[in-house]
Ligand binder design. Sequence first.
Ligand code: LMR
Length: 334
Amino acid sequence: MAIRLPLVKTLGVCLALAFSASALAADQPITIKFSHVVAENTPKGQGALKFKELAEAALPGKVDVQVFSNSQLFGDGKEMEALLLGDVQIIAPSLAKFDRYTKKLQIFDLPFMFDDMDALDRFQSSPAGQELLNSMQSKGIQGLAYWHNGLKQMSTNKDQLTRPEDIKGLKFRIQASDVLEAQFRQLGANPQKLAFAEVYQALQTGVVDGAENPWSNIYSQKFHEVQKTIAVTNHGALDYMVITNAGWWDGLPEDVRAALKTAMAGATEHANKLAADINERDQKRIEEAGKAKIQTLSKRDIAAWRDVVRPVWTQFSDQIGEDLIAKARAANQE
Ligand code: LMR
């Protein structure tokens, strides 16, 4: 992949430029495909629809924003390549899915790094967080915004899920992230990287015993119907970086790019305002559905989980950088 990137990037730039130039020449609207892997009734799903609404209102007849949800156009694994090839213009992968492109974003996967979503928001808005939006430019990727989802909860097909030792030996689906792999190894579980679209079936058939996701993803994908217990661990965050093909973005007419930036800012505000409410609502819906038990944990239990996974920080501190870790930690104290 490392060898193919420059070629992929150049190809992406050429395709994108040729495409937007011909669209402009023929006075055709610029097609902007926005592909993602979650349902529409999630923070990311709602953000993508808001972006379409705002962009098309600001640029009537000039842009045609097409939103594809639920991995219907490209799933995990394919969407990044599609972006680099110019087959899709905007995607919003979870921050866990970038470690092939930059090690810096691994900061967001460190377990128990952020005390709550406000701390995460402060870090993302800080100069260090904003700089990370540009950390993949050399790979042809431009970050446009961070979008929130929420804190992750552990779920399994077992009745007992309060202590870290309860997941020893269990198979867990993880996102494509080396930090998350290390987290589950530290817990004595067996992590397995799987695309989001495959999770329901993997849980249902017992290919894996458990997973970690925010309430909104658990509910909208019906994971609670194929899990027995969901523990309120809040052990990490699942947020997104909205990204675009840097060559395509730079090749847009300046007024179009400026209007799209404003539309993205509006969509970001919308998605981030909704995220907490959607997760709260979906936690309640899961409770009401009565399929999986929601297990609350004591402070002592949470501390036990925290202690077991803490060595993961040291394991990745060289790749991420001690300075960045210190800045992220500082966001908890403000
Ligand atoms: C996952 O793979 O579990 C999530 O990243 C899916 C998503 O986009 O929220």
